[in-house]
Design a binder for this molecule. Structure first.
Ligand SMILES: *[C@@H]1O[C@H](CO)[C@@H](O)[C@H](O)[C@H]1NC(C)=O
Ligand SMILES: *[C@@H]1O[C@H](CO)[C@@H](O)[C@H](O)[C@H]1NC(C)=O
Ligand SMILES: *[C@@H]1O[C@H](CO)[C@@H](O)[C@H](O)[C@H]1NC(C)=O
Ligand SMILES: *[C@@H]1O[C@H](CO)[C@@H](O)[C@H](O)[C@H]1NC(C)=O
Ligand SMILES: *[C@@H]1O[C@H](CO)[C@@H](O)[C@H](O)[C@H]1NC(C)=O
Length: 655
């Protein structure tokens, strides 16, 4: 190979970038390709010299924000009127996608090792549209899409999203902007949201984007808690407070409720719920609840009440919160019950925190994270979302030293001093899983430059894995020992090596997306506004069957009343002489027949073959969703998996 492929990634939920980070060194980079039309826009503490052969473009957008939200003050150093990142989010996501190799990266001694992005030789173009004070304006996002498309980016990576209820696709800025990108062959990868584990929380659900869920990785931060009776329990934390040594008294939040608060509020460490006299100098045990999901705000409330530490009992999750106000250790409800028994029985209950350790596990099956938003898609349930899962829990990546992550409100403590040196940080979210997939899509594009965005997505979904190397199934946090299903992670956990050679793909064109918009019931005027195309795409008669035959790499039937037949068209991208045979794992209570049961690509004479899938409910029940899979297998390496998602309903069900 004489020349390595050139790729540009974009960060639209970029809060910008910290260009001095080692992750953005350009010494191993190729020169900027002549086709690149982007620019390095100067601003506060950011000039031409901050772009290089790694960061080849940087723009920032504030007009819409000022008009919609208001002026931004930069006097306190908490924001820069430029592409410079004050929050860390943009730096983290950029380095996750395309950061170069950095030796001995760590977070205050934890997770130490070599750090690199998913595609270390990729180039980055930064489009800062979101600001530290919170929020991003739709006008700015659309302007950034226009520029990114014009500049010549290859992938758009968007770690941004709103919360349900979802706007219609014709009103949603991400759907509209990404339609334009995809119509020009630029794949758009989006985070699916952090609204889990509840159903129908997934966002960025248009069929033309790749929507990413978050899963765990094989790294943990076990932290020992020694009780006064010498029993040790092990939770998880990222706390690294050297001064926090020795035994401290521990109380249960509920036992020290302030006179003006309810007991359950104190149990959750809610704001103002703890009695400051009784909390003084103590470690507080509190419980996560539906109303208190955040260890970080619980820690803040402990600090305000004069407490010195927090043990936070969480719904079981591997995500570790970084509490900056007081040291906090998270435990599950079972360990918390052990602690409660101890607190209730000891005369002077005490605990001691040990420093967390970094433990690397065997390659066990990833789990979908508790916080990862779940399907079904609340806007168009026949379009499976999310599409794919990728690592998004406790991810170490570059950070902005300007971010106040470690600045204790109680200034003067060690953490504020350390913040100057915080070049890497550990955070969790679908914002973190999104750039992992962006990097993989960039790699796939490098290998298959002619594939459409839909083909790239199809390869990811149909080649995704749902087991680990020991054939253990993947699980999902949020329900006890629940096997992950397509609403947790779409096709499954991303498998880049298999996606490179998927065998078959299910392709879609802009015309298909227009048909989808018509089937959604949007009128010609609205669709033309979205697409910018000056013609009427919708047929005069309604095409009820459109959604059944929409060539997605999955089959979702949200209301199965009677038998239905759907069709798909497979394109052979593997060896020319391939012959595939079908294998079906029917959803429980559903009959599935595939015709024909064999796809013979006939020594390359045919590239595309259509097949029909007849799906029948066996019982007349008002059901919930059931899941299965349809596989096409060539008997060699190719196993092409289409998730089947069906909800049987009774025709004349009376509410
Ligand atoms: C915002 O800043 C502009 C220019 O600096 C100024 O003219 C305007 O009055 C400010 N608006 C507000 C609401 O502070
Ligand atoms: C706890 O262990 C230490 C040393 O291992 C010992 O000195 C101490 O007496 C023990 N305390 C209790 C309450 O068992
Ligand atoms: C806090 O507890 C102390 C001691 O029990 C009590 O005197 C005081 O009234 C309480 N204050 C509040 C605000 O609950
Ligand atoms: C088309 O749809 C838009 C958005 O729903 C609506 O505002 C408009 O009135 C519709 N136009 C026609 C001609 O029906
Ligand atoms: C739809 O209706 C318009 C107006 O009646 C007509 O001009 C057009 O040819 C029709 N299009 C189709 C696809 O039937």
């Amino acid at each position: 190979m004489t020349q390595s492929p050139v790729f540009c990634l974009v960060y639209l939920f970029s809060t910008g970038i910290w260009p001095e980070s080692e992750s953005f060194r350009d010494d191993k980079m190729e020169s900027v390709p002549p086709r690149w039309k982007g620019k390095c826009q100067a601003g506060e503490k950011f000039d031409q010299s901050n772009c290089n052969r790694k960061i080849i473009g940087a723009r920032w957008y504030i007009k819409g924000f000022q008009a919609e939200i208001g002026n931004i003050s930069t006097e306190d150093g908490a924001e820069f009127l430029s592409a410079r990142d004050a929050t860390g989010h943009g730096t983290h996501t950029s380095s996750t996608a395309a950061g170069t190799y950095v030796e001995n990266a760590d977070f205050l001694g934890l997770a130490k090792g070599q750090a690199r992005g998913g595609f270390p030789s990729a180039m980055l173009a930064i489009y800062k549209v979101c600001w530290a004070s919170g929020g991003c304006s739709t006008a700015d996002i659309l302007a950034a899409f226009d520029d990114a498309i014009f500049d010549g980016v290859d992938i758009i990576s968007m770690s941004l999203g709103s919360v349900p209820p979802l706007s219609s696709y014709i009103d949603d800025v991400v759907a509209v902007g990404s339609f334009h990108a995809v119509a020009r062959g630029i794949p758009v990868v989006c985070s699916g949201g952090n609204g889990g584990p509840f159903p129908q929380t997934v966002v960025n659900t248009s069929p033309w984007v790749i929507t990413v869920a978050a899963s765990t990785i094989d790294r943990a931060f076990p932290t020992a808690i020694t009780l006064g009776n010498n029993i040790t329990i092990v939770g998880q934390s990222l706390y690294v407070e050297e001064k926090f040594d020795g035994f401290y008294p521990i109380v249960y939040g509920e036992d020290i409720a302030s006179d003006d608060a309810e007991e359950f509020e104190a149990r959750n460490c809610d704001e103002g719920a703890l009695n400051a006299t009784l909390a003084q100098g103590k470690v507080i045990l509190c419980f996560e609840s539906q109303s208190q999901r955040s260890a970080i705000s619980a820690a803040r409330n402990v600090l305000i009440a004069g407490g010195v530490g927090l043990i936070f009992a969480r719904f079981p999750t591997k995500e570790v919160a970084l509490c900056t106000d007081v040291p906090c250790i998270q435990v599950d409800f079972s360990l918390a019950t052990t602690l409660l028994t101890y607190i209730g029985s000891a005369d002077n209950p005490m605990v001691k925190f040990s420093a967390p350790k970094t433990s690397l596990g065997k390659m066990i099956s990833p789990e979908v994270a508790l916080f990862s938003s779940r399907g079904p898609n609340s806007l168009s349930p026949s379009v499976l979302k999310p599409d794919i899962a990728a690592p998004g829990v406790n991810i170490l990546a570059a950070w902005s030293p300007a971010s106040s992550v470690l600045t204790n409100v109680d200034a003067g403590k060690t953490r504020a001093d350390e913040s100057a040196a915080l070049l890497f940080n550990i955070v969790s979210g679908t914002s973190m899983s999104c750039p992992h997939v962006s990097a993989i899509v960039a790699l796939l594009r490098a290998i298959h430059p002619t594939w459409s965005p839909a083909a790239l997505k199809s390869a990811l979904v149909t080649a995704a894995s749902s087991t680990d190397e020991y054939r253990q199934p993947a699980f999902a946090e949020g329900a006890p020992h629940k096997q992950a299903d397509p609403f947790d992670y779409g096709g499954g956990h991303v498998d880049p090596n298999k996606a490179i050679d998927p065998g078959l793909i299910f392709d879609l064109t802009t015309k298909d997306y227009l048909g989808f918009l018509c089937a959604m019931g949007y009128n010609n005027t609205a669709i033309s506004l979205l697409t910018g195309l000056d013609h009427s795409p919708c047929p005069n008669t309604s095409n009820n069957n459109f959604l059944a035959n929409f060539n997605l790499p999955s089959i979702s039937i949200p209301e199965l009343k009677h038998c239905v037949t759907v069709s798909r068209t497979a394109t052979n991208v593997g060896p020319e002489e391939s012959v595939y045979f079908v294998r079906v794992e029917s959803p429980p209570g559903i009959d599935v027949e595939v015709d024909p049961p064999m796809l013979n690509f006939d020594n390359g004479a045919k590239k595309k073959l259509k097949f029909k899938v007849r799906i029948c409910p066996r019982l007349r029940v008002q059901g919930s969703y059931v899941f299965g899979n349809l596989f096409w297998e060539d008997g060699f390496d190719h196993v092409v998996k289409l998730p089947l998602i069906v909800r049987p309903v009774i025709d004349n069900f009376v509410y």
